[in-house]
Design a protein around this ligand. Sequence first.
Ligand SMILES: Cc1cc2nc3c(=O)[nH]c(=O)nc-3n(C[C@H](O)[C@H](O)[C@H](O)COP(=O)(O)O)c2cc1C
Length: 242
Amino acid sequence: MIYYFSGTGNSKWIAEEMARRTEDECKSLSGEKTLRSIEDEVLGLVFPIYAWGVPEVVLDFIKTIQGKPSYTYAIATCGEEAGYAMKSLQKKLPLDACYTVVMPNNYVVGSNLEPEDSIRKKITKAKEDLFHMADEVKNRRKVVKVEEGTFPLLKSTLIHFGFNLAARTTKPFYVTDACISCGQCARDCPAEAIEMREGKPVYVKNKCYMCTSCINKCPVEAIQYGKGTEKRGRYQFRDLTL
Ligand SMILES: Cc1cc2nc3c(=O)[nH]c(=O)nc-3n(C[C@H](O)[C@H](O)[C@H](O)COP(=O)(O)O)c2cc1C
């Protein structure tokens, strides 16, 4: 079974493609809290990199796994680089194979949307990666193909710590008059941080995973985060190479 976490669809697409290519099944790990025993079967994990680290929701999920899978692999999607995220994951979950796949950056809270050309190039390269990863997983190979980038130790320790401490606050989120009360943001929030009150989304928790699902998937771009997102585009996975 392949478990995935995904805010804007990149990791979901990779998980679905891996499932199709390795004749496996995939499932979202959001909300999975009960202990599960995985014995003698393949365990795959697909998730995005957050600030050169593994999202807290994924680390919580790992705690629910018991037993000894026959083969375990993890794929992290990232805009550019993962630092030592996979090394830190390996300490908590022994991995036979681990990969990073560079995908479009969805962090519109902190940076501009990538141009379509760059998105297309990344998806084209990701399809090549999928071809190799599926082959290696099917043949139970021991592989490490990780884009760690520059200064990985600094980024995956200090900066990742700072992100978890200070950058996951929901305070800067606000909803504009464009809101059509569809409830998509609340339904999809993996942190259950949004409630619909009198037809409008309200952030009821101080902290979330910062997955950007609410802001990127709002059909009318009514959700903003501080001033920065007002003039930025929005991202969610679409296969632009088709
Ligand atoms: C809060 C946050 C932090 C991120 N940090 C990194 C990072 O450290 N390195 C990187 O290359 N990409 C980073 N990204 C980009 C995502 O990892 C990338 O776009 C990922 O494919 C999104 O996956 P998803 O669509 O499944 O949510 C970050 C995105 C978010 C939302």
